[in-house]
Design a protein around this ligand. Sequence first.
Ligand code: PDD
Length: 280
Amino acid sequence: VNSKVFINGKFLDPDQATVSVFDRGFLFSDSVYEVIHVDGNKLFLFEEHIERLKRSLSELDMDFPNYDFLTICQELLKISPVDYGGIYIQVTRGTQQPRSHFWHQKKLLPNVVAFAQSIKRPEKKALKAITYPDLRWGRCDVKSTSLLANVLAREEAAKNSCDEALLVSSSGWVSEGSSTNLFVCRNGVVKTPPLSENILPGVTRKFCLEVLNELAIPYKEEKLSKEELFNSDEVWITSSTKDVLPLESIDGIELKFEMENSLWEQVFNRFKEKKLKSLK
Ligand code: PDD
């Protein structure tokens, strides 16, 4: 595939697209990112991702880089079309030598990277998850590239032939997945953890809540205990790479989920319809 990487204003071949080892993103994971979903070579919820990128940057006292990200995304998709996948965007605080924890009064230029990536279109199939301790820091609402706790959790899921790890705090609350937001439903009522510093405000989560509103399915944004997770009729996860998918087991325990006539199926069908209309 003839792909290119956008880096600081240029579209380069992947092996030419490099940053300094003194980049603060590399040394400290002092950087933020977005994954914008692409379906049929069209962008899904582009503005929402850019809004979140702005917020992540501002929370970390970084300026929004002076680039037209829509043009960058469209150019990347022109160079290498993506049937299903996403555009990854990362902005680091910049390169600083010598290495130093603080950057006070240093004028750093952000490093900005973007590339398109194809993934396999997810099957309409229930997934398996594990639970795993939530070892992350206290600002999970910022989409930073400090993902060590997330990748260790996701790797443990993979080792157990599972698709996702659901993160549980030391007090027993389930926040979200390693790279997904979480929904459960019981007796026709949907529940998802409220926005807080402990979860990422997922753009797919928000889209899914809009779908619930349209279908007049009642929902609550409330804290969710691990116990409740196992007592739910259905458990779904949402993300820019998965849309909305149900789970069939957690920690090897089968949920009594049947795809046919599930609430998930109703939501999934409306989600798909609404998504098609909003692709750009
Ligand atoms: N992850 N929670 C976490 C911790 C995430 O990393 C993500 C997204 C989500 C879902 O957010 P959204 O619906 O906006 O994609 C929730 C991306 C896809 C990633 O890291 O690859």
